[in-house]
Design a protein around this ligand. Structure first.
Ligand code: PAF
Length: 285
């Protein structure tokens, strides 16, 4: 595996392998866990060359203390990437990614105006900035993202559309990886205390139990039930729970308003902000 820190070296390395077959890109912010590794395994199966970027992107953090405390584990990450058969680890500095301030404002539209949009002002524009740079530098055939950040995938698809498609780049969305107790894997989980860690799976438990509620009750009852159930646990505070159309990300009020209802939640466990989602398929309504 090559560890590359500059854009020019990345482009020159890719120019040598591009005609061997597809290039798969897995953008990450490091602190890799099994969730990332599942994206990498899939990219490895589908592409001749696999590039993983490891970059904690400052422009997508609206909270400076979140940026300061974001886990950074480069050595361990490189060992995992090497073992997974990654060809190139792209690990740039902030100066390399942003030689000058990125003033681009993306017209991300309605998909970015709900849920994480208002809760984290500027976050999605920062994601669009960094991901568009990674796509431009790598020119991948496919790029892989985890469905834990469900809204992020819709935002990235919108950014790709705005930027003209990046040569027919395919955005591949991959299922959430979970711990045995159901907690969605996240780099932030390491910040939970032992007690908080034992409570945090209540998010997934409540979401799963809500599939049964959904079969019996209205959308609004189901939504409120999830919020109340999670809020009853110590340390837990739901920031939002919205049931949205899985394509447009717009909240829906009735089960009949969409064929594809996805419940998206953000909840604090102590100071740690956790995110998860669940699909209400038609047979569960
Ligand atoms: O999901 C993430 O880890 C980040 O938002 C991403 C896509 C790597 C951009 O920094």
């Amino acid at each position: 595996m090559e560890i590359i820190r500059t854009v020019s070296e990345l482009q020159s390395a890719l120019s040598k392998v591009r005609n061997l077959g597809g290039v798969g890109l897995v953008p990450t912010m490091g602190a890799l866990h099994e969730g990332h590794m599942s994206l990498i395994t899939r990219a490895r199966k589908e592409n001749a060359t696999v590039v993983v970027s490891v970059f904690v992107n400052p422009t997508q953090f609206n909270n400076p203390s979140d940026l300061a405390t974001y886990p950074r584990t480069e050595e361990a990450d490189c060992r995992l990437l090497e073992a997974a058969g990654v060809d190139i680890a792209f690990i740039p500095t902030v100066e390399e990614m942003y030689p000058e301030e990125d003033c681009r404002v993306f017209n991300l539209g309605p998909v970015a105006e709900v849920m994480e949009g208002p809760m984290r002002p500027g976050h999605f524009n920062g994601v669009a900035q960094v991901v568009s740079k990674l796509f431009a530098f790598t020119n991948p055939t496919r790029a892989y993202f985890g469905e834990k950040d469900f809204q992020q995938i819709a935002v990235i698809r919108r950014m790709v559309e705005l930027e003209g498609g990046f040569n027919n780049l395919e955005i591949v969305s991959c299922p959430i990886k979970r711990h045995e107790d159901g907690l969605a894997m996240s780099s932030r989980n390491v910040r939970l205390s032992a007690e908080q860690r034992s409570v945090a799976p209540c998010i997934n438990l409540a979401l799963k139990a809500s599939l049964i509620k959904a079969a019996e009750g209205s959308l609004n009852e189901t939504r409120q039930w999830v919020i109340d159930t999670i809020n009853r646990y110590p340390f837990m505070e739901v920031e939002y729970y919205e049931i949205v159309d899985g394509i447009t990300m717009q909240p829906v009020s009735n089960w009949d308003d969409t064929e594809y209802a996805v419940g998206c939640i953000t909840a604090y466990c102590g100071e740690v902000r956790l995110i998860d989602n669940i699909t209400y398929n038609p047979s569960s309504k």
